[in-house]
Design a binder for this molecule. Structure first.
Ligand code: PGA
Length: 240
């Protein structure tokens, strides 16, 4: 299957209200019309609604950075998929490595969140990736084996997998293109042809063009470079 590229800007815990508004206005105005893919931004939870209003009528979608798997109940401080969907959000990042590192999320939580998203027709962007000292092949296989048990064949086109080597996140490392290509070949073989595969970790305007050439990469999950208006647009242009 030929996928449209998807570029997601993960703003993490950055950008206060005015800064976020300025950035989204820039993106809406400056996304080249010749880019035929999809674009999404993931602001902090409390700005989801206002950013969704700002992009209304444009081609930009809004993603949550996280959700809780229960729809409602006594879970102080959480927001469910239904809550974010009501705000106009169409995607949710699930299982980002920072959630695992700082908030104790496990693969079990990730699977519950995927299920919750699929129930509400919100697209889960499921993050996988290995630590520096781990074997990518072993870890990715294990993570995918676990995750894939929660997804029926018919649901594969409703999820997105983002491969983010943990050692490349927020580190501005040099990406080994041929190694990345090899890993995506394995991922594609394992996951089949119905699911979009994104790359994330140290994506910049400099490496985006080379990464975009890799056949099995269908777009990017961008962290720090997505906070720079010009860099984010340059990254989108890698797919022109
Ligand atoms: P980075 O982050 O682009 O800053 O490496 C990527 C991510 O965390 O999704």
């Amino acid at each position: 299957m030929k996928f449209k590229p998807l570029i997601i800007g993960n703003w993490k815990l950055n950008l206060f209200r005015e800064e976020a508004f300025n950035l989204i206005e820039f993106i809406v105005k400056n996304t080249p019309a010749s880019f035929k893919g999809d674009i999404a931004v993931a602001p902090v939870m409390v700005l989801l609604q206002s950013i969704a209003e700002k992009v209304h009528g444009s081609r930009i979608q809004v993603s949550a950075q996280n959700i809780f798997h229960m729809q409602n109940g006594a879970y102080t401080g959480e927001s469910s998929v239904r809550h974010i969907k009501e705000l106009g959000v169409s995607m949710a990042i699930v299982g980002h490595s920072e959630r695992k590192q700082y908030f104790g999320e496990t693969l079990k939580h990730v699977c519950l969140k995927i299920k919750a998203c699929l129930l509400e027709q919100v697209v889960p962007v499921v993050c996988i990736g290995e630590k520096k000292i781990e074997s990518a092949e072993i870890v990715l296989n294990k993570q995918l084996d676990y995750i894939l048990t929660t997804i029926s064949d018919a649901q594969f086109h409703n999820i997105i997998i983002a491969y983010e080597p943990i050692w490349a996140i927020g580190k501005k490392v040099k990406i080994d293109i041929s190694r990345t290509e090899k890993i995506f070949k394995l991922l594609r073989k394992k996951i089949g042809n119905n699911t979009r595969l994104l790359y994330g970790g140290s994506v910049t305007p400099k490496n985006a063009k080379d990464l975009a050439q890799i056949l099995n990469i269908n777009g990017f999950l961008v962290g720090s470079a997505s906070l720079s208006p010009s860099m984010f647009i340059e990254i989108i242009k890698a797919y022109l």
